[in-house]
Design a protein around this ligand. Structure first.
Ligand code: NAD
Ligand code: UDX
Length: 459
């Protein structure tokens, strides 16, 4: 069959896989090929058990795979055949050398630029889908145009704003799609070619065009603003606990102000996920590089407050369990960084588990989708950890439950039955403020929520 466009995506991860699946689903006239160096991931994309859990993803992949959506490890061939190459490889925080702990590690990114260069004889549009430091496109262009008489590559920025757990919904009905390019005739033409893809299903007024640096910087800025709201409300949660104000009531009241708005004001045990911390630290590093130290310190405080919120949660458990958790069974309800995903990258649960293990607690971890990742995250840590698919069995004999992920099923459990099976006095720490605290207190639990005075049966 003749396809109108041939699209390649390098990187079949949480972004590359779902994004390309939705493009292929919505645009049967394009050929969409997703490649990765990780053969196991590719095998999983071609199987009935996809490598990531995302509501609605199975159905989208089932409709398009084998029709116009293909997954393979054939990177060189994929590059040769494509007109448009999306690059969606990982850009984690650097762990070594200059900028360690803050700058983005661009080694995977740069490798793809070189792979593209080695395997191409025709002009191509290269799309930055990964989240990158502002001005990365300039470096990309320098690598791609290292050979003077080679083909022309136009680099376009098209950052991805999907959130995990709602990726398909976000991709099918995005708030906006952003496409940035150079303001040259070739740059604008390449930008239009990318806009044309999204026009197949996204209303035109939601597709924004900008200069390439604005587009790159908008992605880091969006994540920094979202995370900043969470750290702001979490800072207030600590004050609520001291003053008997209720953080959810405060959030509701301020969120009714149309200038503030209600979203991303849910106080919690802390934000996790692969993006917020990494992207803010990258922003901090960039600000420092430009000599903007005050701006760097401002954004850094968003991450530091989040770390404090996680530590505070562990301290709260420790203090309320009479200053010792050694040998006590504590059930962690949820390990994923948010509900509806099996992803545990930067999940607050990791730090909380680590903190409790340092205090020699016996941990039982339950999660509907993230147990495999939890096992890998905690491998090598000293201490007594068990993994349990059934929350009732996890709570059996426990001194305390700490709810760390807001999975719907945890709201619907029979807490009377759970209470009866636990050690006495029974404690419940709701790190997401999703349970009915008064009812739990009536059952007999000592209840500790975020940003709310505790409900205790003793002084
Ligand atoms: P990921 O780790 O899940 O996937 C990246 C994939 O790229 C991996 O499978 C890896 O094997 C592959 N890869 C690395 N180098 C390669 C190479 N040279 N050739 C072929 N494949 C290669 O990462 P992700 O979560 O999909 O994130 C990708 C990018 O998107 C990051 O920059 C991230 O910041 C950004 N982003 C992520 C999210 C999210 O929710 N996860 C949302 C928006 C943006
Ligand atoms: C984020 C951005 O939302 C998304 O636009 C970007 O493309 C990638 O990074 P993601 O990390 O997948 O998405 O999930 P998100 O819904 O933003 O949640 C991040 C963390 O913040 C989670 O741990 C979540 O539980 C926490 N959170 C979110 C809160 O604690 N309170 C809130 O009000 C919202």
């Amino acid at each position: 069959m003749e396809y109108q466009k041939s699209i390649l995506c390098i990187g079949a991860g949480y972004v590359g896989g779902p994004t390309m699946a939705v493009i292929a689903d919505r645009c049967p006239q394009y050929r969409v090929h997703v490649v990765d160096i990780n053969e196991e991931r590719i095998r999983a994309w071609n199987s009935d058990r996809l490598p990531i859990y995302e509501p609605g993803l199975d159905e989208v992949v089932a409709r398009a795979r084998g029709r116009n959506l293909f997954f393979s490890g054939e990177i060189a061939e994929g590059i040769r055949k494509a007109d448009i190459v999306f690059v969606s490889v990982n850009t984690p925080t650097k762990t070594f050398g200059r900028g360690a702990g803050r700058a983005a590690d661009l080694q995977y990114w740069e490798k793809t630029a070189r792979q593209i260069l080695e395997n191409t004889s025709s002009d191509k549009i290269i799309v930055e889908k990964s989240t990158l430091p502002v001005r990365t496109a300039a470096a990309m262009e320098r690598i791609l145009h290292a050979t003077p008489k080679g083909p022309h590559f136009e680099v376009v920025s098209n950052p991805e704003f999907l959130a995990e757990g709602t990726a398909i919904q976000d991709l099918e009905n995005p708030d906006r799609v952003l496409v940035g390019s150079r303001e040259t005739p070739k740059g604008v033409a390449a930008r239009k070619a990318i806009v044309e893809i999204y026009e197949n299903w996204v209303p035109r007024e939601r597709i924004l065009e900008s200069n390439i640096w604005s587009s790159e910087l908008s992605k880091l800025t969006a994540n920094a603003f979202l995370a900043q709201r969470i750290s702001s409300i979490n800072s207030i949660s600590a004050l609520c606990e001291k003053t008997r104000a209720v953080v959810d009531e405060v959030a509701y009241a301020i969120g009714m102000d149309s200038r503030i708005g209600p979203k991303f004001l849910k106080a919690s045990v802390g934000f996790g996920g692969s993006c917020f911390k990494k992207d803010i630290l990258n922003l901090v590093y960039i600000c420092e590089n430009y000599g903007l130290d005050e701006a760097a310190r401002y954004w850094e405080s968003v991450v530091r407050l989040n770390e404090w919120q996680e530590r505070r949660f562990v301290q709260n458990i420790l203090e309320n369990l009479f200053n010792t958790v050694a040998g006590k069974r504590i059930a962690l309800f949820g390990f994923a960084f948010k509900a509806n995903t099996g992803d545990t990258r930067e999940s607050p649960a990791i730090e909380i588990a680590r903190g409790l293990l340092e205090e020699r607690a016996d941990l039982v971890i339950t999660d509907p989708k993230a147990l495999q990742n939890a096992r890998m995250d905690l491998a090598g840590l000293e201490g007594n950890v068990t993994f349990e698919t059934d929350p009732y069995r996890a709570a059996d004999g426990a001194h305390a439950i700490a709810l760390l992920t807001e999975w719907d099923e945890y709201r619907e459990l029979d807490y009377e039955c759970i209470y009866d099976s636990m050690a006495n006095p029974a404690f419940l720490f709701d790190g997401r403020n999703v349970l009915d605290h008064e009812k739990l207190y009536e059952i007999g639990f000592n209840v500790f929520a975020i940003g709310k005075a505790p409900l205790k049966h003793f002084k």
